[in-house]
Design a protein around this ligand. Structure first.
Ligand code: PRP
Ligand code: URA
Length: 209
C-alpha cells in the first residue's frame, strides 16, 4: 500500500518484543515506548528539508546542512500517545505539541472525544500524530479528521503496533497520510484488542488498572 511503511530495524523489533512481554514493568515499558518513538521518528522524518548554512569550525568556515523550512507539530492521541512525545521532541526540540483526547468506548469500540487543543500554526507545520496502537483505526481516523478540520495538511501517523484492519481503514479514509508501523500484528480479537499485541498500552504506560 502506498504511504504505508512497515519498519523492520532489528533494534526496533527487539524493543517491541520487550514491550509485549507481560512481565515488563511500567518503568521499563515507558522508557521503551519513548526509545521506539525516537527510532521511528528518525525514520519518518528523513525527508525534513535542510539548507546549507555557514558554520565556523575550529579549522575553517564551511557550508553545512541544518533543518530549514517547515516546522513540526507532534500530536499525541491521549493517553497512550503521550508516551511517544519525548522520543520525537528529543529529535526536534522546537516542535509544538497538540493534544487530542480520545477514549474507546469499551462496548462499541468507537472513539469518544474529551479534549482537543492544537497549535494555531498547525496548517504550516509537518504534523506527526503518535499513538502506540492502531487497532480498529477509529481513534486515528477521528484524530486526523480533527487535525484536517483545523487546517492540518502534511500529516504522518506513527504507531508501534498495528492490526491489518486498522491500517486498511486508516489508509482508505486518509490516503494522503503517511503511516509508519513498528510491527504489523496478526488480527483483532472480539474485544478489538490487537493479537498478539501488548495489552492496553495506556494502562501499561501509566501503571493503571
Ligand atoms: C487505545 C490506543 C489508541 C486506541 C486504538 O487508546 O492508545 O488510541 O486505543 O484503538 P482503535 O484503533 O480501535 O481506535 P484507549 O482508547 O484505550 O485510551 P487510552 O490511551 O486512554 O488508554
Ligand atoms: N488499544 C490498546 O491499548 N491495545 C489494543 O490492543 C487495542 C487498542
Amino acid at each position: 500500500m502506498e504511504n504505508v511503511k512497515i519498519l523492520e530495524h532489528p533494534l526496533l523489533q527487539h524493543k517491541i518484543s520487550r514491550l509485549r512481554d507481560e512481565t515488563t514493568g511500567t518503568n521499563e515499558f515507558r522508557a521503551l515506548v519513548e526509545e521506539i518513538a525516537m527510532l521511528m521518528g528518525y525514520e519518518a522524518l528523513n525527508d525534513l528539508p535542510t539548507e546549507n548554512v555557514e558554520v565556523k569550525t575550529p579549522i575553517e568556515t564551511c557550508k553545512t546542512p541544518m533543518l530549514s523550512g517547515r516546522k513540526l507539530a507532534v500530536v499525541p492521541i491521549l493517553r497512550a500517545g503521550l508516551g511517544m512525545v519525548g522520543g520525537i521532541t528529543a529529535l526536534v526540540p522546537t516542535a509544538k505539541i497538540g493534544h487530542i483526547g480520545l477514549c474507546r468506548n469499551e462496548e462499541t469500540h468507537q472513539p469518544e472525544e474529551y479534549y482537543c487543543k492544537l497549535p494555531d500554526t498547525i496548517g504550516e507545520r509537518q504534523v506527526v500524530v503518535v499513538d502506540p496502537m492502531l487497532a480498529t483505526g477509529g481513534s486515528a481516523i477521528a484524530a486526523i479528521n480533527f487535525i484536517k478540520k483545523h487546517g492540518g495538511k502534511n500529516i504522518k501517523f506513527l504507531c508501534i503496533i498495528a492490526a491489518p484492519e486498522g491500517v486498511r481503514v486508516l489508509h482508505r479514509s486518509h490516503p494522503d497520510v503517511q503511516i509508519y508501523v513498528g510491527h504489523l500484528d496478526r488480527e483483532l480479537n472480539e474485544d478489538a484488542y490487537i493479537c498478539p499485541g501488548l495489552g492496553d498500552a495506556g494502562d501499561r504506560i501509566f501503571g493503571t488498572r
